[in-house]
Design a protein around this ligand. Sequence first.
Ligand SMILES: [Mn+2]
Length: 466
Amino acid sequence: MARRIIICDGAESARLWSRTGADELEVLTWIPREDESRARPSGFKILQGGLEEEAIAKLEPTPEDEYALVSDDGPWTRLAVREIRKLDKGASILVLSDSLTEDDLPEHPSLRRTGWKTLIRDDINEEFGHLANLQRVVEIRELLGTREKVGILLQPDPDPDGIASAYALRYLLGRKRTTAPLMSFGQVQRPENQALCDAIGIEVRVITPEELNEFDALVLVDVQPNVFGDHPPERLKQPDVVIDHHPERPGYSATIKDLRVSYGATASILTEYLRATKTEVNAKLATALLYGIKSDTQYLGRQTSDRDMLSFAYLHASHSPALLRRIERPALPIDGLKALGRALATTDVRDGINILVLGRVREDVIPQVADMALQAEGAEWSIAVGTVGRNLVFSVRNVGYVRAAGDVVRAVVEGLGVGGGHRSMAKGIIPLKAFRQVYGRADRNQIRSALYDAFVRAINDTGDEF
Ligand SMILES: [Mn+2]
């Protein structure tokens, strides 16, 4: 178990530390000032031998241990950092001081300064949390710093969480698309995901497994090698870095693995990296990460941890609402708007159901119309239907306190097509051919009345008779 080695400069700081309630993993030491040798603060031991490498070595620190230096004295603190570094060049060090500024402190990559007020326990845990993230970033930067070309690999058909996280990692590494491209074995497909790339200016390169060998380092983000099948390309079995929130999978070894299964999104991990390193987060980056968390947690719904909430709140302060809107509501094509106009002309809410039949439209128009149709007065369900290629495609929304949309859509398409979804959002596809076989025609009126009847049946079916 990693310990926290606390070294206090004088009795006063040690007393304050002990008064706020020390943690059992903490090794409490202090160095008396003049005339203080008999004023032992409770729970603290004198660091025998003073502020020196040998004295600290007697505490038998391991590389996992973290340090806190409590002092308002610049020379004392600089000396302490120097002696600790002799023992462990990469040690994590937290400096607690109100009067020292960053300029008073020595250069050390894994060092953070915070004020006395963080001696209140929740804050100090938070600070150590930042410190652990900082240490992780230092390790990643060290590992990848000398590599010329770093490939950042996402799952095939990358999702917003993966795309935003990879983009943030590249930013954190201070690299450009030429030296750290975002890559996938498959294209970005869903319109919202493409909208994210367009709005932020992110390019995801589609590559073949052979092309992995062109890179001097390989980083997997929001994904682990098993996603690429039971026999992934050899290069994938030894990535340099894996950052993910999915359960750990066997069959590969990575130099650095940061897997946080309790997190709802990888974007929350990257947000913590950015915070810990005090990296400035611009509006584009904040918006991308915010959208990544939002979409992976279904707007902070299921599988959301406190960590996701904190990151979301942090990003919210600097994101761009206009940019987020552009991603979530991609521009409607003019003929889509005309189709919407025709459908709206005959809109009618019956039994809480609002069905809009759009005719032939671009597929991404359909979910946007379904979102809007739910706003009709009295509507508990909205269904937007369009013809795409040889299929009827429909998006379904509900107000949330009724039967789950996914279940309803599965019942509606049973024996006809495919469909599914979540509590309040779902999608279905019925081939026109199958529709005609059952209902004869596939004109607007027929589509509307057939779907209306099918939805009324499915919504009111509680499943009890089975
Ligand atoms: Mn994810």
